[in-house]
Design a protein around this ligand. Structure first.
Ligand code: SAH
Length: 212
């Protein structure tokens, strides 16, 4: 079966759980096989996470769709993504928002993602290589923040970069297992919603896990 047919099949299976048609439409257009390493392209459309090198993974399509849907993007937002990885989630966000600022701590991954996203013609994505500090304070506040690696607790520094009324999606828990949270920032106190269990690679840095 060719990639287009496999992609259509994956989107059909996601549509049982994902109701935001814009998210499905965009995922139906982006070629996930370009974002996975050569030996794995044959399973690019399985609903599974895949290794992208350096001990990191491209997330499972269903969880990517769930996280993106939970941001409820209208198209006008400046979005911050923590953990560019392959750049696949970055591309999805770039199709659904005005602009995306994405941060990555592994130079090779940042470089690879940047060149692929450039090649695909995205002009509303900026990728920054970051150290131990979370996010990209220089361009804050963001209307939406998506964290694609797991934190031991909710990082205050990321909440500070979120606009009032904005949404932050982040997996929080132990190294082995986390809960996916959506936090909506309000002046009078934040709304915290648990979207369910998940499993991500660790977020490294201040207010996150130490690099071992
Ligand atoms: N969204 C990516 C998922 C990659 S896995 C994709 O779809 O491919 C999570 C990524 O987060 C890894 O590449 C890891 O290097 C990165 N990461 C971990 N801690 C980070 C931090 N503090 N800042 C930026 N990126 C971080």
């Amino acid at each position: 079966m060719d990639f287009a047919a496999k992609r259509a099949q994956l989107i059909e299976s996601l549509s049982h759980e994902i109701k935001d048609s814009r998210v499905l439409e965009v995922m139906g257009r982006i070629h996930r096989e370009l974002f996975v390493a050569e030996p794995f392209t044959f399973c690019a459309y399985k609903n599974e996470p895949l290794a992208i090198g350096h001990g990191q993974t491209i997330s499972q399509p269903l969880i990517i769709a769930l996280m993106t849907q939970a941001l409820e993007l209208s198209g006008n937002e400046k979005v911050l993504e923590i953990g560019t990885g392959s750049g696949y989630q970055t591309a999805i966000l770039a199709e659904l928002a005005r602009s995306v600022v994405s941060t990555e701590r592994i130079p090779e991954l940042a470089k690879q993602a940047r060149s692929l996203l450039d090649r695909l013609g995205y002009q509303n994505i900026t990728i920054h290589l970051t150290g131990n500090r979370l996010g990209w304070e220089q361009d804050a506040p963001y209307a939406a923040i998506l964290v694609t690696a797991a934190a031991p607790q909710l990082p205050h520094s990321l909440l500070e970069q979120l606009a009032f009324g904005g949404k932050l999606i982040i997996p929080v828990g132990s190294m082995a297992l986390q809960q996916l949270y959506r936090i909506t920032r309000h002046k009078e106190g934040n709304l915290v919603e648990n979207l369910g269990g998940c499993r991500f690679v660790p977020l490294i840095g201040i207010e996150a896990w130490e690099n071992h």
